[in-house]
Design a protein. Structure first.
Length: 71
């Protein structure tokens, strides 16, 4: 059950949504718009018990490099 990132075409907000299957309808939690597009997310992988993000801005948990689980 992956969590995907989406952008609403109506209000232009980005949000995450847990998707159970192909038939799941995804709508924006802000404006309830149904026209959304799935975004490409930065991948992450587990290395030595910690999640490591492919971006250089931090870990997969906070994305900013300043939380207690980073480094």
């Amino acid at each position: 059950m992956p969590i995907y990132e989406f952008r609403c075409n109506k209000c232009k907000k980005d949000f995450e949504c847990l998707v159970f299957g192909k038939g799941d309808d995804v709508c924006c939690p802000t404006c309830k718009g149904k026209r959304v597009e799935r975004l490409m997310s930065a991948s992450s992988f587990k290395s030595g018990g910690k999640y490591v993000s492919s971006s250089s801005s931090g870990c997969a948990t906070c994305g900013g490099g300043s939380c207690s689980t980073c480094h």
